[in-house]
Structure formats: structure tokens, C-alpha cells
Design a protein around this ligand. Structure first.
Ligand code: HEC
Ligand code: HEC
Ligand code: HEC
Length: 369
């Protein structure tokens, strides 16, 4: 018999019908309780590994730095430990019912490259419950998580808690919101290499605007989105009041690098030929607009990272963000380094305006530091 077009068409139609009837009949189980067959399990995981390996090809790994660890550890506690557990805590019993069960990361991390971990954390794993990063724009945050995961297999409970700050153990207790914030933001945890900003002494207006921008997705950050996801607008406002009322403390004198001469020049006078305005015409003046953030005393790494986000058009922000985006467009990498060093080394209490210096804390619920 010659196989003609008609036979082929019938075959395709038949296959399609069977492919439709079988799932329609309901014989394919979708309940997680029964688990997969060993073979299915093996096949799915093999397919997942292959997919990750292929999509990680060509991803370039940036330098993974020490300063990335604390913020990523704090986020791990709030956003990952609930499924994977942590060195300080076994995973909750409820996730044992997930299919697949979230793996113990200590065991699996060594089997992945940095680029593959980036791919998994950025995009998640379909059909498994492993979520993608909450915002698509912030590859820098995902790389920070990769830096942390690389360290993860070597962490014990104590070293994990040290990195994750007060956030460890407390992030799931609604009454302890403030401790969660301080787990990442406590000034004594922040040195110049930190990617987390200080909040103490920032104006109430700027803090409130920033929290609203995170909540509404106008300032993309997966880390802050998760940190404030359960807060109401009133709670956010109360937190803005609390942190603005913390006394501003000076930074420890940081050795000024030879970059700061240039940084100070840009800060005070700008570079008009290159259409860079004086930063201090908006920032850190005694009578500054409270919607403009204080930069003095912020970690240099944080300031530089935010400026790069502005340059890459990924920063977002509050209602006045467009002003800053325009300024940043003309900064090159060496300008960014120089101004970040300069403002970081500047004493924040020296030029705080009326909106910045406030009497002792009448705080949110606990005492300010
Ligand atoms: C809702 C539960 C859940 C959350 C939250 C979660 N994961 Fe997962 N994760 C999973 C599951 C389930 C898998 C297994 C996927 C698979 O085997 O295909 C997984 C897999 C992984 C893997 C790959 C491990 C392997 O070899 O299978 C990594 C790495 C990972 N998660 C890291 C993270 C990080 C980092 C976070 C936080 C940003 C996170 N996960 C948040 C459930 C979760
Ligand atoms: C897991 C660590 C972590 C936790 C927990 C956390 N933050 Fe943040 N916070 C960050 C990071 C990182 C940034 C910078 C994000 C970015 O790139 O925009 C930030 C930025 C901010 C900003 C913007 C400051 C500025 O100078 O622009 C405010 C305001 C803020 N956080 C308030 C809070 C409050 C209030 C809480 C508690 C509800 C909190 N954060 C919890 C890590 C954290
Ligand atoms: C015309 C006013 C204006 C000028 C000039 C200006 N800025 Fe800004 N800047 C802003 C505003 C407004 C924001 C807050 C954006 C937001 O998050 O809503 C900001 C935010 C920033 C931030 C982020 C701070 C944080 O806590 O996240 C940095 C860093 C910064 N500016 C650096 C500079 C530098 C460096 C210069 C000089 C080269 C400069 N700015 C000049 C208005 C200005």
C-alpha cells in the first residue's frame, strides 16, 4: 500500500484526538500528593538542567563582591527561606507537600555555575513553584543573590544570621517590621562598600515617596518590593516618620581618595561644559527641598550603584525622579566614582536642613538607634 496524503492527514488527526482525549478523560494525575514516577522525576529534572545550561550560555558574570552579601542574605531570609529553609532554620513542614520539593540549596548549589544560578534566580523554574525575581529590570540584584548563593554551602547558622542581620527569624512576624528593616538598614551594619542605603536623617517626604515608589513599581527593586509587600500605606507612612526622626550620626572619617578633589568640584560647581549641574544645588543644602535625598554619609557603593541605575534608565523613583535622570545622563563612570566617594565621606550631620534634624525619637514602635 502506498501511504498517501489522506493516510498522513488521518494519522495526524488521530494523534491530535488521542492527545486531547487522554488529558480530557482525567486519567493523568495532577495531584502533588502522589508524587512523580521516578522516571518522570528524572526526566523533568534533566530537562530543567538542560534548559538552564543552554540559556546560561553567553551570560557574562560581573565581579561578585563582598558588599553584595548582606543585602542578598537579608532578602534570602525574607524571600527564599520560606521554601528552602536556611542554615539557621529547616524548611517549614508545609513545603514537603510541594512537587517538586524545594531542594536543600547547600547540596545543589555546587552543581551549578554562576551564570546558571543567575538564570534560575532571574527567571524561576516553570511548573515548580520556584518564582522568578520580582522585577525584571534589576539584574544587579540577582547577581548579588548569586554572590550570596556561592557562599551559602559554607555558612553555618551563626554566620548566616550575622550576614542576614536581625531579619533572620523575625521577618515572618508582622509585629517586628522595624526589626526587619533594621536587619538590612541599621547604620552600624553599613560600611562604604554596602549596597544598602542609610535611612537615618533622610527627610520624611523622601522616605515616604520612596516607599510609595517601591510599592507602586515606580522604583523597581525586587529586594525592597518583597521587604514591604505586606505593609499598608499607613504603616509605610509611620515608618517614614520613624526613620526621619532618627538622629543623624556622622560617618567615621574615611580616608579621602585622590578622586574626591574631582568629586567635590562636581558636587559644588558641576561641569557646565558637559552639562552637569552642581549636585549641591539640589542635594544636601541647609534649605534643600525635602523631596531631594540627602547623599552625605551614604555608602559610596550604594551611591555609585544608584547613579549607574539612573544612567541605565533603570532607577525610577518618586515624583521628581525625572530631574535626576536628566542630570545622570551626562555622568561617566569616573564622575560617578568621584562624586560617590565625595558624598560618602561628607559628614551628614554638618549640613542637615530643618527637615533633617529632629529631636530624639518618638518612633514607630521601638527606639531609634
Ligand atoms: C515558593 C517556593 C520557593 C521560593 C519562594 C523559592 N524557591 Fe527556589 N526552588 C523552589 C522549587 C520547588 C525548586 C525546584 C525546581 C526544580 O527542581 O526543577 C527550586 C529550585 C531552586 C534552585 C535550583 C536548585 C536545583 O538544583 O534544583 C535554586 C538555586 C533556587 N531555587 C534558589 C532560590 C532563591 C535564591 C530564592 C529566593 C530569591 C528561591 N529559590 C525562592 C521553590 C522556591
Ligand atoms: C533585605 C534587605 C532589606 C530590607 C529587609 C529592607 N530594605 Fe530598604 N532597601 C534595601 C536595599 C538593597 C535598598 C536599595 C534598593 C534600590 O536599589 O532601590 C533599599 C532602599 C530603601 C529605601 C530608599 C532609600 C533611598 O535612599 O533612596 C527606603 C526608604 C527603604 N529601603 C526603607 C525600608 C523599610 C522601611 C524597610 C522595612 C519595612 C526596609 N527598607 C527593609 C534593603 C532592604
Ligand atoms: C535638579 C535637582 C538635582 C540635581 C542638580 C541633582 N540631583 Fe540627584 N536627585 C534629585 C532628585 C529629585 C532625586 C530623587 C529621585 C527619587 O528617588 O525620587 C535625586 C536622587 C539622587 C541619588 C539617589 C539617592 C538615593 O538615596 O537613592 C543620587 C545618588 C544622586 N541624586 C546624585 C546626584 C549627583 C551626583 C548629582 C550631581 C552630579 C545630582 N544628584 C544632582 C535631584 C537632583
Amino acid at each position: 500500500m502506498v501511504i498517501g496524503r489522506k493516510h498522513l492527514a488521518a494519522l495526524v488527526l488521530g494523534a491530535a484526538l488521542v492527545g486531547w482525549v487522554i488529558p480530557w478523560s482525567g486519567v493523568i494525575g495532577i495531584s502533588a500528593s502522589t508524587g512523580h514516577w521516578k522516571l518522570t522525576d528524572w526526566f523533568l529534572h534533566w530537562a530543567m538542567r538542560s534548559s538552564v545550561r543552554t540559556s546560561a550560555i553567553g551570560i557574562e558574570v560581573p565581579p561578585l563582591e563582598e558588599g553584595m552579601l548582606p543585602m542578598a542574605a537579608g532578602h534570602f531570609e525574607g524571600g527564599c527561606a520560606l521554601c528552602h529553609g536556611s542554615p539557621a532554620m529547616p524548611p517549614p513542614a508545609s513545603v514537603r507537600g510541594m512537587l517538586p520539593v524545594p531542594p536543600d540549596l547547600k547540596e545543589v548549589i555546587p552543581t551549578w555555575t554562576d551564570a546558571e544560578l543567575f538564570q534560575i534566580v532571574q527567571h524561576g523554574v516553570r511548573f515548580t513553584g520556584m518564582p522568578s525575581w520580582p522585577v525584571a529590570e534589576r539584574e544587579d540584584e540577582v547577581w548579588a543573590m548569586v554572590a550570596f548563593l556561592r557562599r551559602y554551602p559554607d555558612l553555618d547558622g551563626a554566620s548566616y544570621r550575622r550576614l542576614a542581620g536581625h531579619a533572620a527569624h523575625q521577618s515572618r512576624d508582622q509585629g517586628r517590621v522595624l526589626e526587619t528593616c533594621n536587619g538590612c538598614h541599621a547604620p552600624d551594619r553599613l560600611d562604604r562598600d554596602s549596597l544598602v542605603p542609610r535611612l537615618d536623617g533622610q527627610s520624611q517626604t523622601y522616605l515616604r515617596d520612596s516607599l510609595a515608589a517601591y510599592a507602586e513599581g515606580m522604583r523597581p527593586s525586587g529586594i525592597m518590593a518583597v521587604a514591604i509587600q505586606s505593609l499598608t500605606e499607613q504603616e509605610r507612612a509611620a515608618l517614614a516618620v520613624h526613620f526621619s526622626e532618627r538622629t543623624v550620626r556622622g560617618v567615621n572619617a574615611v580616608a579621602l581618595s585622590n578622586q574626591t578633589g574631582r568629586g567635590e568640584h562636581i558636587a559644588r560647581f558641576g561641569d557646565l561644559d558637559r552639562r552637569i549641574p552642581a549636585c549641591m544645588s539640589c542635594h544636601d543644602r541647609t534649605n534643600g527641598n525635602p523631596a531631594y535625598p540627602r547623599l552625605a554619609g551614604q555608602p559610596a557603593a550604594y551611591l555609585a550603584a544608584q547613579l549607574r541605575l539612573f544612567v541605565d534608565e533603570k532607577r525610577g523613583g518618586g515624583p521628581h525622579r525625572a530631574l535626576m535622570a536628566k542630570v545622570a545622563a551626562n555622568l561617566d563612570d569616573s564622575d560617578i566614582k568621584a562624586v560617590a566617594e565625595y558624598f560618602s565621606a561628607r559628614d551628614p550631620s554638618a549640613d542637615a536642613g530643618p527637615d533633617h534634624i529632629v529631636p530624639a525619637s518618638v518612633g514607630f514602635s521601638s527606639r531609634g538607634r
